[in-house]
Design a protein around this ligand. Structure first.
Ligand SMILES: [Zn+2]
Length: 208
């Protein structure tokens, strides 16, 4: 289950806000809350990000990631040929890979270490939700490819609902049919409104 699909990130954000910033004010007024967020929370977050950027501090996962990496380097590889190891996509078919929270296993780490013996630095190690699951390099790719982001599917499925107006495409035939579909929607809405109006008038006459 990807962490981004749960409420864990939002809940952790609330916890920080409640316990680190508004511990003296149980239910602050909205303007006070706004002052806490803009005056204290956001400057602190910017400061933390600056520390990460300058290699002065590291996020909590980095230490565990490095420990796992070192452990993987020390292990013996006996049956490398029996697993599918793809370092470009950062995937391995061994059970250790899928059970590791950082998606590292001895096969991938040792294949990587054959050409890069040092542990990769924090600044150039990027964990992604898409292939490759771990990216090493100065460039900063998207965490998830735009065609794979679930938000696109949500937008697509909502555009298929009859409530929204269908999109006009470049082809003349389909644009003609989409305009016809729009007229159809308008006519059906008019019919619904006419029935509603009749009911309203009937109720009005009863009240009078
Ligand atoms: Zn493996």
């Amino acid at each position: 289950m990807p962490i981004a699909r749960t409420t864990m990130i939002v809940e952790s954000h609330w916890r920080v806000l409640k316990h680190n910033y508004k511990y003296n004010y149980n239910r602050p007024r909205l303007d006070h809350l706004n002052h806490i967020i803009t005056g204290r929370l956001i400057p602190d977050m910017l400061n933390t990000w600056q520390l990460y950027k300058n290699n002065r501090a590291y996020p909590s996962w980095w230490k565990a990631f490095k420990t796992d990496w070192r452990k993987c380097l020390e292990k013996d590889i006996e049956r490398l040929e029996s697993y599918h190891v793809d370092i470009d996509k950062w995937i391995c078919s061994c059970p250790a890979f899928i059970n590791n929270p950082y998606l590292v296993c001895k096969h991938l780490v040792q294949t990587y270490a054959a050409s890069n013996p040092d542990i990769p630095p924090y600044k150039t190690t990027i964990r992604r939700h898409d292939y490759p699951f771990i990216h090493f390099g100065e460039d900063n790719p998207l965490r998830i490819h735009s065609i794979n982001t679930p938000w696109n599917h949500i937008q697509q499925s909502s555009s298929n609902e009859p409530e929204t107006i269908p999109e006009v495409s470049g082809e003349s035939e389909s644009s003609g049919s989409s305009i016809r579909a729009r007229f159809g929607t308008i006519e059906s809405r008019k019919a619904v409104l006419a029935t509603d109006k009749k009911i309203f008038e009937l109720l009005n006459s009863i009240l009078e």
